[in-house]
Design a protein around this ligand. Structure first.
Ligand code: NAI
Ligand code: MG
Length: 489
């Protein structure tokens, strides 16, 4: 039955697919999660716990420990001891074996990881299963290979580890961001204190279980949970040698100020507002699919989301109509259903932020178009949204929304689109759609973005470095470049 026949249907069924929910039978979650410090799960000093919920149902999944400054101190001391006594001294080849073992164990438990990721964060199972978890395993595999080859990566530069790395990650790719942070740090010979985001701590805690089972020496990886105050305690701890942060530009600035004048090194992977540019000679259907994937993938909770679309003027009407048609066929609803394209917004707070920007867009006079799907009653949801005829100066063009909202502008010449694409505070990524290789090369050198995809979008690989310009941050993750922030060269 389609939703037109039965408007009360909870999930959008404009395509007549039978429900195909992934089973949750094989998932084992504890009621309460403690802090993973020095190889053991330990209770937080103050005995405080907070709930993590499933944003698609608002059900509590588990209670999670809230680490305070004394817990952070314990974790940092454990990491220091493990660094000095064990990890730094271990032959690099042996370090590589542990990292490799962690990769294998993630693969073995991939289904469990994917389902928990989807339940805790709201992203479609198709994505956690096909993107997040395999890429997380691949990052460990990739960096395992570098552990005993650092001298070849950096010849004649005597690469040495830095010490204890404090790592703070966001809620949009919880396991994958943990892998991006932990794998290169360990390969380079550092030890780690990692804090996942407060809305999505569960896959990091599952990773802690794997790390414990893997036999990695105690204290090499410590995983502690909590919100901003816990993150700040890691940043301000004098025993931390390096801070790696992924999250909002606002918090990134707080961290940079906090470590100014100390010896701590930092890498910052912050916000984005990527331009996706379609030229008249592009393969249009492929481009439309890429644009849809670029912004609606993971509900637009992607720092490199293609959130600003630029269409060459003479094909604009055609492309916009195709986008509207495609919006209608996107399936929004139960993230555990294998047919779902768009899952739940990660939190009530994030939904409020997105809705605030949708109001701003309307007040700024842009034309809004939303898919006509029904949204589930419980949980946090946002219809995929287009804003047509937006001004370059409008706030919805200039500021990061981090939701399924696409602004659409047109252009006539290549110079004009370069100017407009670069005229924002961010510079993380961009996309170009054209049949002409010369246009691609021209644009990739002139767009101020860390990553430029050509005739594709949102493609990731452990081998390619990722990172931004301007307010999108500094430092690179992935590839050989991703080792550099964890080494003294
Ligand atoms: P956030 O920057 O507050 O959170 C990211 C991480 O930083 C979390 O683990 C959080 O607990 C921690 N944190 C918060 N305050 C801290 C502090 N003072 N010191 C140390 N750590 C701290 O991001 P939030 O509030 O969850 O999202 C707000 C906006 O940030 C989003 O709307 C989006 O625009 C952007 N964002 C960007 C991400 C990216 O991948 N670049 C990821 C998540 C959010
Ligand atoms: Mg959650």
């Amino acid at each position: 039955m389609t939703k037109k026949e039965n408007p009360k249907l909870q999930f959008n069924t404009s395509w007549e697919y039978a429900p195909a929910p992934e089973s949750t039978d094989h998932i084992r979650l504890k009621e309460k999660y403690d802090l993973f410090i020095d190889g053991k799960f330990v209770k937080p000093a103050k005995g405080k716990y907070f709930a993590t919920i499933n944003p698609a149902t608002e059900q509590v999944l588990a209670m999670v420990a809230e680490a305070d400054t004394s817990d952070v101190d314990k974790a940092v001391k454990a990491a220091r001891k493990a660094y000095e006594n064990v990890w730094k001294k271990m032959p690099p080849r042996e370090r590589g074996k542990y990292i490799y073992r962690i990769a294998r164990m993630i693969q073995e438990r991939a289904r469990e990881f994917a389902v928990i990721e989807t339940m805790d964060g709201g992203k479609p199972i198709r994505e956690s299963r096909d993107v997040d978890v395999p890429l997380a395993a691949n990052h460990f595999f990739y960096y395992a290979g570098w552990a005993d080859k650092l001298e070849y990566a950096f010849p004649n530069r005597n690469p040495q580890p830095i010490g204890v790395a404090g790592q703070i990650i966001p809620w949009n790719f919880p396991l994958l961001m943990a892998a991006w942070k932990i794998a290169p740090a360990l390969a380079a010979g550092n030890t780690v204190v990692l804090k996942p985001a407060e809305t999505t701590p569960l896959t990091a805690l599952k990773l802690a279980e794997i790390i414990q089972e893997s036999g990695l020496p105690d204290g090499v990886v410590n995983i502690i949970t909590g919100a901003g105050a816990t993150g700040a305690a890691i940043v301000n701890h004098p025993g931390v040698d390096k801070i790696a942060f992924t999250g909002s530009t606002a918090v990134g600035k707080i961290i940079i100020n906090a470590v100014a004048g100390t010896n701590k090194k930092t890498t910052m992977e912050l916000g984005g507002k990527a331009a996706n540019i379609i030229f008249e000679d592009a393969p249009i259907d492929q481009a439309v699919e890429g644009v849809i994937n670029g912004i609606f993938f993971n509900q637009g909770h992607v720092c490199c989301a293609g959130s600003r679309l630029f269409i060459q003027e003479n094909i604009a009407d055609k492309v916009i109509q195709k986008l509207k048609d495609r919006l209608e066929t996107l399936i929004i609803g139960d993230p555990l259903d294998k047919n779902t394209d768009i899952g739940a917004i990660n939190s009530k707070e994030q939904l409020a932020t997105i809705n605030k920007y949708i109001k701003i867009g309307i007040n700024e006079g842009a034309e809004i178009y939303q898919s006509s799907c029904n949204l589930p009653k419980k949980g946090f949801w946002c219809k995929p949204t287009l804003f047509i005829n937006v001004a370059q100066s409008s706030r919805i063009v200039q500021e990061e929304i981090f939701g399924p909202v696409l602004t659409i502008q047109t252009f006539r010449t290549i110079e004009e689109v370069i100017e407009k694409a670069n005229n924002i505070p961010y510079g993380l990524s961009a996309g170009v759609w054209t049949d002409k290789g010369s246009k691609i090369f021209n644009l990739t050198t002139k767009l101020r973005a860390g990553v430029v995809w050509a005739n594709t979008y949102n493609k990731f690989d452990p081998v390619s470095p990722f990172g931004g310009y301007k307010e999108s941050g500094y430092g690179r993750e992935g590839g050989i470049h991703g080792l550099m922030p964890y080494l003294n060269l």
